[in-house]
Design a protein around this ligand. Structure first.
Ligand code: XMP
Length: 511
């Protein structure tokens, strides 16, 4: 185990992911964690992340000197590096020049264990105002840049390493190598954290925890709940019941696809209950046009339907959820990051199901790890690599009132769009893309006939974190092909728009 101590840096999760890419298991904790807890976990290494503060100021996040005296290797990154120097007797000051972006770093100590096999001149990602003006006693400078005398320093005897730049960011060309050198070299971690071992050990752990108990899971067909279902099914078979609510706002054929995988014809042993609640949802949504109200109705109706099913099933021992590690961290439970969103999966337990305990088999995994686990479990690749799909489904992709007719139009248009994007080989490049139905009708001509039909909007964005996004540049021929197919094949559409809006000011979804 390697512990990542989070000082509020924006790349904290990235640090943990990179460490796991070295096949070393790690967990993120807030810098407020008690030293006794750290000792009890007996980690093989500790990494201090970056952060937005100045370590020499009174109220800034800090850690006691004892952390560096445990005999456990410590790697400080950016703020973490400065803090290490500050606490151990060096000096950190505001710099004259801010270093930001890709920067050439010159390695001074070629035999440094963290820089093993790293080029003498290497491009690294810098982002700092403060700099280390004096290293702490016992340290030596191991790298510098044109503006920064201490780009890295170390006290090799004590296994303390400070790096001013961000090896966790991919812009740091040899960053992964440096982290690998630290966790696998300096910390001597074995590197046996692998997906197959995760799947195996989780199955064991689930069996032990559940015993003969009954488990209930709300399956949405999304990646996380599907992988959770696969894992639980392998562990406890028919002690698991999955309730899949088809709210009629799924993409074309999606309900059947979920059923094909988890239903009686599929490869997984479990009780699968599909609730076809389409009509019920359309009824509730009739005449409703206000976006937030639509979202609310869809959410509440889900609870109603699930509640009814749960009542039929009766008391269960466990309620399973597809919570993943970023949900935990973003809810402010893991690291130091402010509560970005109180995730529906974390905290707020549904009080309408009679259960004793919650079970979250994916709680320690990042999204890409969840996908790997899914493949390991034999889930189809289409399901494992599905794009993000909002809980309220097509309800937020149909502007204005939702009707069965509009759902059919947007499903058909979206299916064509997805097919053509995949054919053009763009599906891995674009982060999220879909068709939406504007509430606008306009005049057109088809054959010799006047038409008065709906306009479909195509959306495609590139993004890393879904907090900001840019419209994707799709070749014009591809867009034209999609446009002509939609107009020819989807009844009720006579116009197609491409949405160029970035986020902000737009959101990714239209409602
Ligand atoms: P926006 O539209 O807010 O979307 O820019 C950002 C990302 O979140 C997804 N999204 C949702 N996901 N429930 C979800 O599970 C929701 O209510 C919801 N609304 C938006 C959206 O698809 C995009 O990936």
């Amino acid at each position: 185990l390697v512990i990542v101590l989070d000082f509020g840096g924006q790349y904290n999760q990235l640090v943990a992911r990179r460490v796991r890419e070295c096949n070393v298991y790690c967990e993120i904790y807030s810098y407020r964690i008690d030293i006794e807890k750290i000792k009890a976990m007996n980690p093989k290494g500790i990494i201090l992340t970056g952060g937005p503060n100045s370590c020499y100021l009174e109220d800034s996040p800090t850690y006691s000197k004892e952390l560096f005296e445990l005999g456990i290797p410590v790697l400080g990154l950016c703020y973490g590096a400065q803090l290490m120097m500050h606490v151990l007797g060096g000096k950190v000051e505001k710099a004259d020049v801010r270093e930001y972006g890709k920067t050439e770093v010159l390695i001074d100590k070629k035999d440094s264990r963290v820089f093993q096999d790293v080029s003498e001149k290497t491009i690294c990602w810098m982002s700092h105002f403060d700099y280390i003006s004096k290293i702490a006693p016992g340290f030596e400078i191991t790298a510098h840049t044109a503006d920064c005398p201490v780009a890295a320093a170390e006290n090799a005897d004590q296994k303390l390493y400070a790096i001013q730049f961000h090896p966790e960011v991919l812009h740091t060309a040899e960053g992964t190598k440096m982290l690998y050198n630290f966790v696998r070299g300096v910390c001597d971690c074995a590197g046996d954290w692998r997906m197959d071992s995760f799947v195996e050990s989780s199955i064991q752990a689930i069996r032990e925890k559940v015993g003969n108990g009954k488990v209930l899971l709300a399956l949405s067909g999304g990646v996380d709940s599907s992988v959770a279902a696969g894992l639980l099914s392998k562990a406890i078979g028919r002690q698991l019941t999955c309730v899949f609510v088809d709210h009629g706002l799924l993409r074309k054929n999606e309900g059947d696809e979920v059923e094909a995988v988890f239903g009686p014809e599929g490869d997984f042993d479990l009780n699968f209950i599909r609730v076809n609640a389409q009509e019920r949802y359309y009824g509730k949504l009739a005449g409703v046009t206000e976006p937030e109200q639509k979202r609310k109705i869809i959410g509440e109706e889900f609870i109603r339907v699930f509640e009814e099913e749960a009542k039929k099933i009766g008391a269960v021992d466990f309620l399973a959820q597809g919570t993943i590690y970023p949900d935990v961290v973003e809810s402010g439970l893991g690291g130091e990051s402010a509560v970005i969103k109180s995730h529906h999966n974390v905290g707020g337990l549904p009080d309408f199901v009679d259960f004793k305990e919650i079970i979250e088999p994916l709680r320690d995994l990042f999204k890409d790890e969840v996908r790997k686990a899914g493949l390991e479990l034999g889930l189809p690749a289409e399901l494992v690599f599905r794009q993000p799909f909002p809980g309220p489904g097509l309800g937020v992709r149909i502007i204005g009132e939702v009707t069965a007719e509009k759902v059919r139009i947007v499903q058909d248009a979206d299916a064509i769009y997805r097919e053509e994007i995949a054919k053009a080989g763009l599906d891995q490049e674009i982060s999220q893309y879909f068709a939406a139905l504007t509430n606008m009708r306009s005049v057109g001509v088809m054959g010799d006939e006047r038409t008065y039909d709906y306009a479909v909007a195509l959306r495609a964005v590139k993004t890393i974190d879904f907090m900001t996004a840019e419209a994707a540049e799709i070749p014009f021929e591809v867009l034209q092909k999609v446009m002509s197919r939609i107009i020819n094949e989807v009844k009720g559409v006579n116009r197609v728009f491409y949405d160029l809006t970035s986020k902000p000011p737009g959101t990714i979804e239209l409602e």
